[in-house]
Design a protein around this ligand. Structure first.
Ligand code: ATP
Length: 667
């Protein structure tokens, strides 16, 4: 039976539907109209969007949440196959990749949906059955890889050895899954034995049972040879369930739950960015998203199934809220990244990248030291004014963070008192006026209240988020930058404020988005090295007195911060000590460079992901894992070089490592 698909299905990178688990599956839960979920389908089965509302009231809940569709208890998995998955299977046989991802809170029915029951087969088996018959008709073969992602490690679980799979990025960023085996599947019973024969929860390491994401990658190939390349792939993923890490009655430690939640958030961030047509998709946020990058990107399509119990729990409500945001992302995509942002949901990472690439002027505020103006020299006569509403939390989860940040904005601004400014491409004079008005910020985030007030104790949850998802500390400020020049030109532009640690992270992502593959630390060190060389050159040249960036001055009575600074290229940003001997000047600069290099190195350790950490000399798999673990406990474990002793390095080793790392840039 051919089913007409809604128009939106054909266009969206990620189609978001819900699947309701019957309340009978919860023997203890009583179905009551007052608490159960109700689904409004304006055009019945043909509805292009549906609204889901819950009788239960949760902190910050809205009346209803929009999704592309919702399958209720009375709708069978065969219907989901026909309406949702068969069109995806067709694209796989045409040479694309497709994904079916089940996510939701714990015990929301994800595994049941994939595996089914005696009475009703699950989606994985139905999908495999369909693909096997299509392969038979077209003379293709079907191979399957079964994997599990746990603790940021991918395991091949098609046999009992559970080998570790390496996720490698090859030429042109193509992902290779080294060690992930493929099994030739000839029949459905073979597949069931392979997939369902495995226990749902396996002990991968240690004594405690770990929860994991579990997937099957179904490859369509021209031959049964396991080495033959795939025509297309169908990736079927059963995500680990989300749960609030503050829960008492759980079998996992809060840190463990936080880790799982982090990888759930990473995938949701990717889904959001894809649907919002963001120029940067944060694939590198987790191992899972890295490994699935090729399957998810480009014109490949994804079906995201949000599993919900009929009686929503707080956790399920939270997942519904986020699913709805992913779904709506498509409608809020920016037509032109250079335009003033008018949607509250642009991802920060992307807005940063797009600003760096496309906007005439980008402002980045480093919380500790500097504000950096990156400008196009031809368009630098600019008055930049950003309303807080334009920069509301743009990343999927950034908003929750932003809400708490905004309440503490005065404190945030204090940390910026030492800001200095520089402009890389211009020497024009700039006035930066950052208004940190609490009331304005509160207004600015009021439209986000549904998300901000989502959790019962927002502050505590915000802390968890910031740890769990490496959320971007958006500081919603009103900023006005006036560049004094004879030709004034006013431009309204978005301003994004990052803290210093994040900037490196953002640089990582922007470099990736620009397909520059060299590690950012070496680029930063290279920049320092260039500075050193330029100092050596300028020592021989007559120096001219210059104005140097002044620290931001705070006027508490107005709640304003005003900075006045010269904008100049990095080479010029270092003062030449007029009147000093060349040797003293050189020594002063050298020690400044040394401190900067050490600072960059520590920042890198505090922010880089595991793969990037391993690029550092002396940091192997074990140390990189340990560093990442340390960061779960404290967001910035390395404040000084001595802190490296915490990862088992002696003073001598620390010096040796730095010497090698920094010396390398002169090679
Ligand atoms: N559609 C359904 N019909 C009947 N029972 C169901 C249905 N969906 C789930 N269940 C039952 O609910 C319980 C939890 O389901 P399941 O294990 O699929 O949840 P999960 O979301 O995969 O959990 P976790 O997050 O722990 O992986 C199981 O006992 C399962 O049999």
């Amino acid at each position: 039976m051919e089913t007409k698909l809604p128009m939106s299905h054909e266009r969206k990178a990620v189609r978001v539907v819900a699947r309701i688990k019957p309340s009978s599956a919860y023997p203890s839960a009583k179905s009551s109209a007052a608490t159960s979920v109700s689904v409004h389908k304006p055009n019945g089965d043909e509805s292009e969007t549906v609204s889901i509302s819950s009788g239960a009231q949760f902190a910050g809940s809205k009346d209803s949440y929009k999704l592309d569709y919702c399958y209720e208890e009375n709708e069978t998995t065969s219907l989901i196959l026909t309406k949702e998955i068969k069109p995806l299977i067709s694209t796989v046989f045409e040479g694309k990749d497709a994904n079916v991802i089940a996510h939701g809170a714990r015990c929301s029915g994800k595994t049941h949906l994939a595996q089914g029951s005696e009475k009703e087969p699950g989606l994985a088996a139905l999908t495999m059955g369909e693909m096997l018959s299509m392969a038979e008709e077209s003379g293709y073969s079907i191979l399957a890889s079964i994997y599990e992602v746990c603790h940021e490690t991918v395991y091949d679980i098609s046999d009992q050895e559970k080998r570790v799979v390496s996720v490698l990025e090859g030429a042109q960023g193509k992902i290779q899954l080294k060690g992930l085996s493929k099994v030739h599947v000839k029949s459905l019973s073979e597949f069931k034995e392979l997939y369902f024969g495995l226990k749902k929860t396996q002990k991968l390491t240690g004594d405690s049972p770990l929860r994991s994401h579990r997937g099957v990658m179904i490859h369509v190939t021209t031959s049964s040879n396991i080495n033959s390349g795939s025509i297309g792939r169908m990736n079927f993923l059963d995500m680990a369930g989300y749960e609030d890490s503050r829960k008492q009655n759980t079998d996992l430690a809060p840190l463990e739950i936080t880790r799982i939640n982090k990888s759930i958030y990473s995938l949701q961030n990717v889904m959001y960015a894809l649907n919002a047509n963001e120029s940067h998709v944060p694939y590198r946020e987790s191992k899972l998203t890295r490994m699935l990058k090729d399957c998810l990107q480009g014109s490949n399509e994804t079906l995201l199934i949000t599993c919900l119990p009929r009686e929503l729990s707080q956790d399920s409500f939270y997942m519904l809220n986020l699913a709805s945001r992913i779904c709506l992302g498509n409608n809020r995509a920016m037509a032109n990244a250079t335009k003033k942002s008018n949607g509250p949901l642009r991802s920060i990472s992307s807005s940063y990248v797009s600003q760096r690439r496309q906007t005439p002027l980008t402002v980045t505020v480093y919380s500790k030291q500097r504000t950096e103006l990156r400008g196009n020299a031809s368009e630098r006569k600019i008055k930049l004014k950003t309303s807080a509403s334009a920069i509301k939390g743009r990343k999927l989860f950034g908003e929750a963070n932003g809400s708490v940040k905004s309440k503490n904005n005065t404190k945030e601004m204090d940390s910026k008192d030492r800001m200095a400014m520089k402009k890389e491409t211009s020497t024009s004079k700039v006035v930066l006026n950052v208004e940190a008005s609490a009331s304005e910020e509160e207004n600015s985030v009021s439209t986000l209240s549904s998300f901000n007030n989502l959790q019962e104790t927002p502050r505590k949850h915000q802390e968890e988020f910031s740890e769990a998802i490496n959320c971007i500390d958006v500081i919603t400020c009103k900023a006005q930058i006036v560049e004094r020049d004879e030709n004034r030109l006013d431009i309204e532009e978005g301003l994004t404020l990052f803290n210093e640690g994040e900037n490196l992270d953002k640089e990582n992502t922007s470099l990736l988005a620009n397909e520059i593959t060299s590690p950012p630390l070496s680029l930063r060190l290279q920049e320092l090295s260039n500075n050193l060389k330029s100092i050596c050159n300028t020592l021989n040249q007559p120096s001219t007195p210059e104005k140097y960036p002044t620290p931001l001055t705070k006027y508490p009575e107005h709640g304003n911060i005003i900075a006045e600074a010269e904008l100049r290229t990095p080479e010029r940003s270092m003062p030449l000590n007029v009147g000093c001997s060349p040797w003293k000047t050189f020594s002063a600069h050298s020690s400044k460079l040394k401190n900067s290099a050490v600072g960059e190195y520590l920042k890198f350790l505090n922010t880089a992901d595991k793969e990037d950490l391993k690029k550092l000399k002396g940091i192997g798999e074990k140390r990189a894992t340990y560093i990442v673990d340390l960061r779960q406990e404290s967001p910035e474990p390395f404040k000084k070089l001595d802190d490296l002793k915490d990862i088992g390095l002696s003073e001598k080793q620390i010096k040796g490592l730095l010497r090698k790392e920094i010396g390398e840039i002169f090679n």
